[in-house]
Design a binder for this molecule. Structure first.
Ligand SMILES: [Ca+2]
Ligand SMILES: [Ca+2]
Ligand SMILES: [Ca+2]
Length: 176
């Protein structure tokens, strides 16, 4: 898919609009309300925190303009990806669309695992997944798979780890 970085000035204006208190940096609240201004409903707080955790390179808890450029690019790519799998343009991803998406990403998951995913990430109880939850799900799946692979040195899909290693693995991935 062709993708072009937006004009810097346009992006800087956007940054200034998102930075509502004019502090020169975007905090979690500002990011959350900016992301909920689109066509989708309010972004979930966990995805907002997750994204700040990923792009706050200087670890000061907020997003400056340089960090925002990368964050914006990331959200846009996810949005394009999300839209391409939302075949019926319903604004959310149903079970079949999700299967298509995750299979395209290379995951081989059983039907019963898809039921678990839908149960966990379908916050509205409608049998489908919205954009923010989709990002969270994909990032979680990606990180847990990477953590598993580190232990699965012979790549047979099986690992043997003790209790504390298991906890460490899950904590590293799930707690930002
Ligand atoms: Ca601010
Ligand atoms: Ca920062
Ligand atoms: Ca859909």
């Amino acid at each position: 898919m062709a993708y072009k970085m937006p004009d810097q000035r346009w992006l800087y204006d956007l940054f200034r609009r998102v930075d509502r208190d004019g502090s020169g940096a975007i905090n979690a609240n500002e990011l959350q309300s900016a992301l909920s201004n689109g066509t989708w409903s309010a972004f979930n707080g966990e995805t907002v925190r997750l994204m700040i955790g990923m792009f706050d390179k200087d670890r000061n808890g907020s997003i400056n303009y340089q960090e925002f450029v990368h964050l914006w690019d990331y959200v846009t790519r996810w949005l394009n990806c999300f839209k391409s799998f939302d075949r019926d343009n319903s604004g959310n991803i149903d079970r079949e669309e999700l299967k298509q998406a995750l299979t395209t990403f290379g995951y081989r998951l059983s039907d019963s695992f898809y039921s678990i995913i839908i149960r966990k990430f379908d916050r509205k109880g409608a049998g489908s997944i919205y954009f923010d939850d989709f990002i969270q799900l994909c990032v979680l799946l990606q990180s847990l798979t990477a953590a598993f692979r580190q232990h699965d040195t012979d790549q047979d899909g099986w690992i043997q780890i003790d209790y504390e290693r298991f906890l460490t693995m899950v904590f590293d991935v799930c707690i930002v």
